[in-house]
Design a protein around this ligand. Structure first.
Ligand code: ATP
Ligand code: MG
Length: 161
């Protein structure tokens, strides 16, 4: 399967809108080293959904990426990564360390994301327009497009509804 095909030292990048199952996948697959932007926001500002601390959380995320890439730890980056500009930085960072960088795209139907999103605690809900925007960007990030961006491999993760 996909996870077994991943070489040690790989930067594994989740790509998917809010409530698409990125964190659930990591937990269920037993992925050990996870860098998660939500958790960093929680650690920094006490609230995983507080976008005001995103810049500080991204700084911390990049420090952790550097650490794991230089040590060669396989790492799962659990953030949305739907913007090409954000992914370009990740590809570049992995390349500087000579590490493979693999994308896993999570893309349930928008209605499914919406339903899961509304079932979450209020501070963890992504606004509806943001969710739709993230979803449309993730739709465009096909495995073919991700390979063209420089990813070593790109897979669609299909989770049961
Ligand atoms: P975010 O980017 O906002 O952190 P996420 O992509 O990490 O979102 P999860 O938190 O993993 O999304 O999942 C969102 C919700 O959907 C959770 O309540 C989770 O329990 C549920 N969920 C995830 N995967 C599935 C699935 N395969 N079947 C049913 N429910 C699921
Ligand atoms: Mg999550």
């Amino acid at each position: 399967d996909v996870l077994r095909s991943i070489e040690p030292g790989t930067l594994v990048v989740a790509v998917g809108p809010g409530a698409s199952g990125k964190s659930t996948f990591a937990a269920e697959a037993g992925i050990v080293t996870v860098v998660c932007l939500d958790s960093l926001r929680e650690q920094i500002g006490g609230d995983a959904g507080d976008q005001a601390v995103t810049p500080a959380a991204v700084v911390e995320q990049n420090i952790l990426l550097e650490k794991h890439l230089s040590e060669g730890t396989t790492l799962y980056l659990d953030s949305t990564n739907v913007e090409a500009r954000v992914r370009a930085e990740l590809v570049e960072r992995a390349r500087r360390h000579g590490r493979p960088v693999v994308a896993l795209r999570f893309l349930p139907h928008l209605d499914t994301c919406r339903a899961r999103n509304s079932a979450r605690p209020p501070n963890r809900q992504v606004p509806g327009d943001v969710l739709a925007w993230q979803h449309s960007l993730a739709l465009a990030a096909t495995p073919k497009a991700l390979l063209a961006e420089g990813f070593t491999a790109a897979h669609d993760i299909v989770t049961p509804l």
